[in-house]
Design a binder for this molecule. Structure first.
Ligand SMILES: [Zn+2]
Length: 346
C-alpha cells in the first residue's frame, strides 16, 4: 500500500522522443524514489511552451513502453484555471504587483528584461555594440520602452532555507536571495504567451513554477537537474506561501562525453538495464557526471535475473524516522555501482 502523506514528482518537462533520452534522468530518479519509499509518483509535463501543439502526443505512451508508469499527472495546460486562482491570491496579497519599468526588448521576444536587471542576464542572449543591445537570435537592435508590467516580490516573510539534497547549492540560493530581496522579478512578457492574467501575458516559466501548489499533498519530494537552480528558488518560494513542505533532490546533468548512442546501446536491453544505467551514472553528490561506457559492459554481463535482483535490492523498503536524513543517507551511501554489482552473482 502506498503511503499517502508524501508524493514525488519531477519538474515539468516538455515531451521528448527516444533520441533525447538523457532527459529521462529526473523521471527515472523520481520513479526510483517512489518505489523505494512506496509513495505516489506524479509525472509533471510542460505543454505551454510549445505554442502550437498542446498535446502529450505519444510521450506518456513512450514512457509506459519502457515501464515508466505513474500514479498521476500534472499537465500545465490542464491546470490554467487553478493556477490563475493562485496568481489572483498572490495579487490580492500584493506579492504580485503592477509597476512601470524601463524594459529592453527585441522583435523576436527573446530579449524582454528590465533595463536595470540586464547585467544579471546570460549575455549569450545579446551583444552590446555601440551602446545598443543586439539580440543574438533575431540579430536586431533592442528597443527601450517604459511599460506597465507584472512583477513578483520576494518577501522576506516567505523566504526560508531551501531543503535540498545535496546541499552543494546553498550559496547559489543565497545569491538569489540577496539580489531579489532588493529587486522584483519580471513575470509578464510583451509577446503573446498563451496565458493571460488581467491584460498581461504571463511568463510561462513563472506560470508553471506554481505547479506544486496544485498538488493535494502537503509533503512533496521534487527531483530536478542542477541546471535549474533559479527555477528551484522560485518554485520553493511560491510553494512555501501555499504551505507546501518540499525536499528537492538535485542531480547533475549527465553528460555524454564518451558519445554513447543511448537509444541503441542502452535501449536494446530490458527496461531495468536502462533504469540501472541511469541511476548508477548519476553522481548525486557531485555537480557533474557522465555516462560511463565501462558500466555498459558490466551491466550487460549480468543476466536479466541478476539485474532484477539488483533493482529489487535498491528499492527494498527500509524503516526510517526522518525522511530527509534517510534520503540523504540513501543517496550518499547506497547506489554505489562498484559495491552493488559484485553482490549480485547472476
Ligand atoms: Zn530577438
Amino acid at each position: 500500500m502506498k503511503k499517502d502523506n508524501y508524493v514525488v514528482t519531477n519538474f515539468p518537462i516538455a515531451p521528448f522522443t527516444k533520441e533525447k533520452t538523457a532527459r529521462l534522468t529526473s523521471i527515472i530518479l523520481s520513479k526510483l524514489i517512489s518505489e523505494k519509499l512506496k509513495i505516489k509518483n506524479i509525472l509533471s509535463i510542460n505543454l505551454l511552451h510549445s505554442f502550437k501543439n498542446k498535446k502529450t502526443n505519444g510521450f506518456i505512451k513512450f514512457l509506459n513502453e519502457i515501464q515508466l508508469t505513474f500514479d498521476d499527472y500534472f499537465i500545465d495546460n490542464d491546470n490554467i484555471n487553478i493556477i490563475i486562482e493562485k496568481i489572483q491570491r498572490l495579487y490580492d496579497e500584493k506579492i504580485i504587483i503592477e509597476k512601470s519599468e524601463t524594459i529592453i526588448q527585441c522583435d523576436c521576444g527573446l530579449i524582454d528584461f528590465p533595463k536595470k536587471a540586464l547585467k544579471y542576464y546570460n549575455n549569450k542572449l545579446f551583444k552590446k555594440i555601440n551602446n545598443k543591445y543586439i539580440c543574438t537570435k533575431c540579430k536586431k537592435g533592442c528597443q527601450e520602452k517604459k511599460e506597465k508590467r507584472l512583477f513578483l516580490k520576494i518577501s522576506p516573510r516567505y523566504i526560508k532555507k531551501i531543503k535540498c539534497i545535496p546541499q552543494l547549492y546553498n550559496n547559489n540560493f543565497q545569491q538569489f536571495n540577496e539580489y531579489y530581496s532588493k529587486q522584483e522579478l519580471l513575470i509578464s512578457k510583451s509577446r503573446k504567451t498563451g496565458v493571460m492574467f488581467k491584460d498581461y501575458n504571463l511568463d510561462i516559466d513563472f506560470f508553471w513554477s506554481l505547479f506544486l501548489t496544485t498538488f493535494n499533498e502537503e509533503n512533496i519530494i521534487a527531483v530536478i537537474c542542477n541546471k535549474h537552480l533559479f527555477n528551484i528558488y522560485i518554485v520553493d518560494y511560491l510553494a512555501h506561501i501555499f504551505h507546501k513542505k518540499v525536499i528537492y533532490l538535485i542531480h547533475p546533468y549527465i553528460e555524454n562525453k564518451e558519445n554513447i548512442v543511448l537509444e541503441k546501446e542502452v535501449f536494446k536491453y530490458d527496461h531495468l538495464f536502462m533504469k540501472l544505467y541511469f541511476i548508477y551514472n548519476n553522481k548525486w553528490f557531485s555537480s557533474e557526471s557522465s555516462f560511463n561506457k565501462g558500466m555498459l559492459k558490466y551491466l550487460a554481463k549480468k543476466r536479466k535475473i541478476g539485474r532484477e535482483k539488483l533493482y529489487n535490492k535498491i528499492i527494498q523498503e527500509e524503516e526510517y524516522i526522518d525522511i530527509y536524513e534517510f534520503l540523504n543517507e540513501y543517496l550518499k551511501k547506497q547506489l554505489i555501482f562498484q559495491k552493488d554489482i559484485y553482490k549480485i552473482k547472476t
